[in-house]
Design a protein around this ligand. Structure first.
Ligand code: AMP
Length: 226
């Protein structure tokens, strides 16, 4: 049966790493709004051109671009189920998602929330690296469990040996600060979206402390999954 999950956590909380493990358990599609944007930018599409400047600054891409893009991707994974990461990032997006799910006859099974202090999240963001071959190959220079490996004097992906890069918005303290301002905002930001779905009920809420090691966080999540 299709299992649908929303994954929340500030940038740097390990949400991508944990999300990859959880979606594998159910065979759900991994839908990451930020990764879809990065694919568009790489491919030079019109959408990518429009989104690029917002992303580089750490601002939200406007809803008229983001919401249809994410909802279209979700609809394609209705049969498979999905784990959605990076959306909704605001109360307005939460309301749009809730309405779209109801209209499409999709049900939310889990809300996963990884909690992490803002300063720790910032330090973690700056050490992460992206694999050119697969977005689901997490690499981080400060975590032994997912440390890149050295090859010919360069660091490469620990899973596949692929090229690694750091995201420009992960090395820019101003952009990190903006992304975290949006995340921790309980009035209109991402925490407001988390609280919206927690209050709506009808799904299981899993909140874990993201300051533990990767394996410990995984264990804390997995024991609460059915
Ligand atoms: P992420 O990979 O989740 O850190 O996303 C990277 C960037 O993509 C964000 O800083 C935003 O500029 C943009 N983005 C991703 N998801 C959304 C969203 N739900 N709404 C608006 N902008 C988004």
């Amino acid at each position: 049966m299709a299992v649908n999950i929303l994954a929340f956590g500030p940038n740097g909380s390990g949400k991508g790493t944990q999300g990859a493990i959880v979606k594998d358990k159910y065979g759900s599609a991994h839908i990451e709004s930020g990764a879809i944007f990065r694919e568009h930018i790489k491919g030079g599409t019109e959408l990518g051109k429009k989104a690029k400047e917002f992303i580089e600054r750490g601002d939200l891409v406007p809803d008229d671009i983001t919401i249809p893009m994410v909802l279209e991707t979700l609809a394609k994974s209705k049969e498979q189920g999905w784990l959605l990461d990076g959306f909704p990032r605001s109360k307005a997006q939460a309301e749009a998602l809730d309405a779209a799910l109801k209209e499409a006859g999709m049900k939310l099974d889990y809300v996963l929330e990884i909690k992490l202090d803002r300063q720790i999240a910032k330090e973690r963001i700056m050490g992460r690296r992206l694999c050119a071959n697969d977005n689901n190959h997490p690499n981080h220079i400060a975590f032994d469990a997912i440390k890149p490996v050295e090859k010919d004097g360069r660091l490469v992906c620990r899973v596949c040996g692929g090229e690694l890069s750091a995201r420009a918005d992960d090395q820019d303290e101003g952009a990190i600060g903006k992304r975290h301002d949006i995340y921790y905002d309980t009035v209109t930001g991402t925490m407001a979206a988390v609280n919206y779905f927690k209050a709506a009920g009808g799904c299981k809420v899993i909140s874990v402390d993201g300051s533990m090691g990767i394996k410990e966080v995984t264990a804390a999540i997995v024991k609460q999954l059915d």
